[in-house]
Design a protein around this ligand. Structure first.
Ligand SMILES: [Fe+2]
Length: 297
């Protein structure tokens, strides 16, 4: 049976965007994907999975902003690793709010993104960068989105990556609803890595029912965040709750692991499921389309 995923909304009109926020954010692509310059790994990924882009929706590839690369050179090395891992297009998603509140402003993120785009072109690294952020949950979120003080992700800014604190649970349902009203779909990042969510399938189902998508980390599937996170990641996938898999790569110590995750998902849960979670839904996020969870065979 083919994976059942995200077909219901496929032809619907994308949700309305926040014009106020958009006015402040330049999402123009200075380094559009050059299909003639792709690496062998990128070409193989697009051909094997019959997609026009291989999108990674969550990656800390911008330098000097958070716990990702410290320098421009480290950013470029991470971007090379993404290219070698078959990724063609990445949402650059540094942390915003939480301990980066007031530090990683949207203007600062945008400035670094623009510079890295220029450097990628100059270095001949075939990687398309899109704006975004890994946003820590905050009760001010709707207002901050309206003001453009936090960044929704992707060329159209129709999705917002939302991260819960690591030590305590904060209910994301109000944020899911408020952003949904603004035409922005919340993407809950790596719930499998929050120990307090272990086995909380009912809670995650409620988020999905309220319109959120669940993103798990490629490295979690591979066991790189420990046995608990690995167990939870596979359970979420088997339960049909996962919408997206992303690298959440930070640097040489947390490198992109999309190729290995795609291969393992294809082996364990079927090629259709791997394609939907790792390629089709990330591409839908790029296009600003609504995401639904993917069902394994
Ligand atoms: Fe992250």
């Amino acid at each position: 049976m083919a994976a059942m995923c995200a077909t219901a909304f496929e032809h619907d009109r994308p949700p309305e965007r926040s014009t106020h926020a958009e006015a402040k954010i330049s999402r123009g692509t200075m380094n559009p994907l050059d299909l003639t310059a792709l690496s062998p790994a990128q070409t193989a990924r697009l051909e094997a999975w019959r997609v026009e882009r291989a999108v990674d929706v969550h990656c800390h590839c911008l330098y000097g902003l958070d716990d990702g690369p410290r320098t421009l050179d480290e950013s470029l090395r991470l971007c090379e690793a993404l290219v070698a891992d078959g990724v063609t297009t990445v949402f650059a998603t540094p942390h915003q709010l939480g301990r980066f509140d007031g530090v990683n402003t949207s203007a600062r993120v945008q400035q670094t993104l623009t510079r890295l785009r220029q450097e990628l072109v100059a270095a001949g690294i075939p990687l398309e960068l899109c704006p975004g952020a890994d946003v820590r949950i905050d009760e001010r979120l709707p207002r901050l989105v309206d003001q453009g003080d936090v960044l929704a992700a992707g060329p159209l800014g129709k999705h917002l990556l939302l991260e819960l604190p690591h030590g305590l649970f904060v209910d994301p349902m109000p944020a899911i609803a408020a952003l949904g009203e603004r035409g922005i779909q919340v993407v809950m990042t790596h719930p499998e890595r929050h120990r307090y969510l272990a086995g909380a399938m009912g809670r995650l189902r409620a988020w999905v029912a309220a319109g959120a998508a669940i993103q798990i980390t490629a490295g979690s599937l591979l066991g790189e965040f420990g046995r608990n996170a690995q167990h939870e990641a596979w359970r979420l996938a088997e339960e049909g709750l996962v919408g997206l898999v992303a690298s959440d790569a930070h640097d040489a110590w947390r490198p992109p692991r999309m190729s290995a995750a795609i291969a393992m998902l294809a082996d364990e849960l079927g090629r259709d499921f791997a394609r939907q979670t790792c390629l089709v839904n990330p591409l839908k996020a790029y296009r600003g389309e609504l995401l639904e969870p993917c069902q394994p065979n």
